[in-house]
Design a protein around this ligand. Structure first.
Ligand code: PXP
Length: 238
């Protein structure tokens, strides 16, 4: 069975809407842990629109399951990551104007900077994963960096699924998962996955972990967070 990483950013989005203390992302992480999630994902964005520095300090101390920090490769954010030492760092592209992470990291174009960032993180014992589009060139460039893990961007698949035309995008995800696995990479996936479109991705052979945020936090509004996580775990299990 693929593992489930729950992204709790949008608990912090709600809190930041009032700049108060509720709802508390740390409590959310503990509830996800209790419900059976395998890791907690939080994205410390450069504009601090949801998760704050104090959140990742507290998350680091408060959960027993893996802490996966999603982060850009900017100097300031890398400095924070090296201090906090999450179990895992998932490197993502970041643009201030975007609503959410729109595409995968351009590993080919950012090679020089990535060599240095990955080295620094890996020297601290942090497992590094690169968030990339399901594309051969990006997979090969990741492999060349000596990074052990990738997360395939499922945004295009999710959009196609919503339009009932996901066959091609799903086939691409399957083929690129297999290609990366053959090169020795551990393969995760995420972005835009929800209670309808996740099952097919979870069934891709050898898929290690799915990272899911928006749909779980949205469902939690109606059924509670514990139940929302359990329902997603049920879909991933087969
Ligand atoms: N994985 C990565 C690398 C992401 O950037 C995000 C969004 O923060 C997710 C997974 C989760 O995406 P969603 O909120 O659409 O489930």
């Amino acid at each position: 069975m693929a593992k489930l990483g729950v992204n709790i950013d949008h608990v912090a989005t709600l809190r930041q809407a009032r700049r108060e203390t509720d709802p508390d992302p740390i409590l959310a992480a503990r509830i996800c842990e209790e419900a059976g999630a395998h890791s907690i994902v939080a994205h410390l964005r450069e504009d601090r629109r949801h998760i704050q520095d104090i959140d990742i300090v507290l998350l680091r101390k408060s959960i027993k399951i893996r802490f996966n920090l999603e982060m850009s490769i900017s100097k300031d954010i890398v400095k924070v990551a090296l201090q906090i030492k999450p179990d895992q760092a998932t490197l993502v592209p970041e643009r201030r104007q975007e609503v959410t992470t729109e595409g995968g990291l351009d590993v080919v174009g950012n090679r020089k900077r990535l060599v240095s960032v990955c080295d620094h993180l890996q020297q601290k014992g942090i497992m590094v994963s690169l968030f990339i589009d399901p594309d051969k060139k990006q997979i090969e460039a990741t492999k060349a960096l000596n990074v052990p893990m990738i997360e395939l961007h499922t945004g295009a698949y999710a959009r196609a699924y919503a339009g009932r035309s996901e066959t091609k995008e799903l086939a691409k995800l399957k083929a690129m998962t297999l290609y990366a696995q053959k090169l020795g990479l551990i393969v995760n996936a995420g972005h835009g996955l929800n209670y309808h479109n996740t099952a097919a991705v979870a069934r891709i052979a050898g898929m290690e972990e799915l990272n899911i945020g928006h749909s779980i936090i949205s469902r939690a509004v109606f059924v509670g967070l514990k139940q929302a996580v359990k329902e997603m775990l049920q879909i991933i299990k087969f």
